[in-house]
Design a binder for this molecule. Structure first.
Ligand code: PLP
Length: 350
């Protein structure tokens, strides 16, 4: 068979490792589990699973519209935000077009681009932080998309409101800028961009968010994008009719209203972050200050070896080798007990 040329450059995604009985700090899931309100809502709807889902996600879009004080037409739902990245590439990438992003960032932007025959272009990163001026320098007449993760995965760093506004002013109006805010709910810094507010000024801005992280629903696969109605209507053309299953829609709507769970999750993250920083400091390990629920830390030893040893001892983390960094790992902030176990094993192996 003659496979499409662009597939040659696509490497299969390496998911966070699961090991029976091990503590998983490899995929930035919520260590407190799913929102209890989501579980309760799901239980009530099991009897309806023989029905096709609502293809328009009407109720969930209404809840999102209320939350953001926007219209339902400003939202599109995806089977995880990963699927929305495919909609975006499917909408705008012709073979040979370019997508600009940073080095050391989420790999799905490259995947979506390549799948449609586009070329990813990577701007340099510095000290774990996106350099927006470097991204601007990479824009050419072929640039259709710019993907920005804020906070960035795997480094946990962020760019500010001021940096972002300057950036948007310089981006050509024909280039779509996607800000992936998968971890925005965890952000504590006051100068984090209010991108939703900027939507009215920039028709070429699209924001993506997800129920996979703080809402604890990674297994159900549901994410969304927020943008102007015309752009959203066009994105809808690339979507298959029943892309978000009914369990995901019900659970997401319930989780959105579960303020207690979000508060607990944030408190747990804060406690864990403080503890891990302190322990890394004691060990003399360099790390990046995080605005998310994970920490990128240099462990001064080969990360694949460390990954294997930690897994054998009962904790999985993410080695940074696939990002081209041999001596660093990314660890999800867990519960206090999980963090303690991780640190005690880390001490053993480094
Ligand atoms: C986890 C993550 C997502 C979310 O992906 P889903 O498909 O919604 O589960 C998106 N972007 C980044 C940077 C992430 O780390």
């Amino acid at each position: 068979m003659k496979y499409r040329e662009c597939l040659r450059e696509i490497k299969p995604y390496i998911p966070g490792k699961l090991k029976a009985g091990a503590i998983k700090l490899a995929s930035n899931e919520n260590p407190l589990g799913p929102s209890p309100k989501a579980i309760a809502a799901l239980k009530k709807t099991l009897k309806d699973l023989y029905l096709y889902p609502d293809g328009g996600c009407v109720q969930l879009k209404q809840k999102l519209a209320q939350k953001y004080k926007l219209a339902p037409g400003n939202f599109i739902l995806g089977n995880g935000s990963d699927e929305i990245f495919l909609f975006i590439a499917g909408l705008l990438i012709e073979p040979g077009d370019e997508m600009v992003t940073s080095e050391v960032t989420f790999s799905e932007y490259e995947f979506a681009t390549r799948l449609f025959g586009g070329m990813p272009v990577f701007a340099p990163i510095s000290d774990g932080k996106y350099q927006l001026p470097e991204i601007l320098k990479k824009i050419t007449s072929k640039t259709k998309l710019i993907f920005l993760a804020n906070p960035n995965n795997p480094t946990g760093t962020y760019f500010t409101d001021q940096e972002f506004k300057g950036f948007m002013q310089a981006v050509p109006a024909e280039t779509l800028v996607i800000v992936d805010e998968a971890y925005c709910e965890y952000v504590t810094e006051k100068d984090y961009p209010d991108t939703v507010k900027l939507l009215q000024n920039y028709p070429n801005l699209l924001i993506t968010r997800t129920f996979s992280k703080i809402y604890g629903l990674a297994g159900l696969r549901v994410g969304y994008a927020i943008g102007n109605e015309e752009l959203i209507a066009n994105l809808n053309k690339t979507r298959e009719p029943f892309n978000v299953n009914s369990a995901a829609q019900i659970a997401a709507a319930a989780a959105l209203a579960d303020k207690t769970f979000i508060r607990k999750s944030l408190a747990n993250n804060k406690t864990g972050k403080t503890y891990l920083y302190k322990e890394f400091d004691k060990l003399g390990l360099k790390y990046y200050k995080t605005q998310a629920n994970f920490i990128f830390v240099y462990i001064n030893t080969d990360c694949l070896t460390a990954f294997q040893k930690l897994m054998d001892l009962g904790v999985t983390i993410r080695p940074m080798k696939s990002f081209g960094i041999n001596n660093a790992i990314r660890v999800t902030i867990g519960t206090p007990a999980e963090n303690k176990k991780f640190i005690s094993l880390l001490k053993k192996i480094i």
